[in-house]
Design a protein around this ligand. Structure first.
Ligand SMILES: [Zn+2]
Length: 359
């Protein structure tokens, strides 16, 4: 049984999710959105890559001019690893849903926050994965190249998700430029890393940044900071129990959509130990409360080469997950307002009425 409510448009403007799009198309679409929604969408460029490309995103504010001086804010990154094409395809879908969904909980999540959303934060690598090497992961900084024995030009580029200045080069990162996890010559050496770090810190100065989500593939996991902690040590994150509950409830909703299963935990517990990733930095240095890294479909059948037919189902289940996570975050009182506060007010009024009656 499919209600009309669950039938979603698979295009917005000139953009669709039937195939993977290159950087030029994605950036053109962001400009198009600004034209389509002049009061609610503004494109923003937060810096330039090694090769001079814009690190471009959109700011979505569905209630402009009505925010007070400390607006609830969320930030989303995609495409830090260029071969993980499903990541920008997911992040662009989230933009579409925030702008067009008539589902009440999605609308609430979209309207309550000012969203800063960056589909491709490693633009050079993304272009390279379309034009030269489909399996390219890192950025395209050529400065630290050495002669490698491998055939695939691994000597060029730095793994941006090991380059952030939080426990840099502690675990799961390499000082060897020939590896896929080369962390760079120093913490935050890369312009892409600096752009994200500086922008997040600037958002903190002007708003109440509650959310940061990073999208990767593959493995079907919701990862909680910090990526080097396992076992009992995960409790070094003071709100770990909340982060776990939020993620579990999201994953349950995700599974209800298309039967896909996601695991929840720290990377060290369920994937591998890592340091210097963007989302760990956002939690550890940025001190943002609700921070996750999603490893999207699948679990290895296609891996990075996820067929385009899976883009929309992947996106639908992630959206269901995010909305449930937002609802849970609200229930845990990270912010007030919305359906759950209304419901609790009603219950207070009802119980007061009940007390009056029994008296
Ligand atoms: Zn990745």
């Amino acid at each position: 049984m499919q209600s009309s409510k669950t039938v979603r448009s698979s295009s917005l403007g000139s953009f669709n999710w039937n195939e993977y799009h290159n950087l030029e198309r994605i950036h053109a679409w962001l400009d198009e959105l600004q034209t389509m929604y002049p009061n609610n969408v503004k494109t923003v460029s937060i810096g330039r890559s090694n090769e001079g490309r814009e690190i471009k995103g959109v700011i979505i504010d569905l209630k402009p001019g009505n925010r007070g001086n400390n607006p609830l804010t969320g930030m989303i990154e995609g495409g830090i690893h260029s071969r993980e094409w499903i990541s920008p395809a997911t992040v662009t879908w989230i933009i579409k849903e925030f702008l067009t969904s008539d589902d009440p909980d999605t609308k609430f999540m979209a309207e309550t926050f000012v969203w800063h959303i960056f589909p491709v934060i490693n633009p050079d690598g993304y272009v390279y994965s379309f034009l030269n090497d489909r399996m390219w992961r890192k950025n395209r900084n050529l400065l630290y190249g050495t002669n490698c024995t491998t055939n695939d030009d691994l000597s060029n580029g730095i793994d941006l998700n090991r380059n952030f200045d939080y426990l840099w080069m502690t675990v799961g990162a390499s000082s060897d430029p020939c590896t896929q996890t080369y962390a760079g010559p120093s913490p935050a050496s890369e312009p892409e890393t600096q752009a994200i770090s500086n922008y997040l810190l600037s958002l903190k100065r002007t708003g109440n940044v509650l959310y940061y989500f990073a999208f990767h593939s593959y493995s079907q996991m919701t990862l909680i900071p910090y990526s080097h902690l396992s076992g009992i040590d995960v409790l070094q994150v003071t709100n770990y129990a909340d982060l776990y509950e939020i993620a579990i409830r999201g994953a349950e909703k995700l599974t209800q959509k298309h039967g896909t299963n996601y695991q929840v935990g720290t990377s060290a517990d369920i994937l591998y130990s890592v340091s210097g990733s963007s989302f760990d930095w956002v939690k550890g240095v940025g001190d943002i409360p609700i921070v996750y890294l999603f490893e999207l479909r699948d679990v290895g059948e296609y891996g990075f080469l996820l067929p385009p037919e899976q883009i929309i189902p992947n996106n639908e289940e992630i959206m269901a997950c995010l909305v449930e996570m937002d609802r849970t975050t609200r229930e845990l009182r990270y912010y007030s307002g919305g359906p759950s506060l209304y419901a609790s007010l009603i219950s207070i009024i009802m119980s007061a009425a009940f007390v009056t009656i029994v008296k």
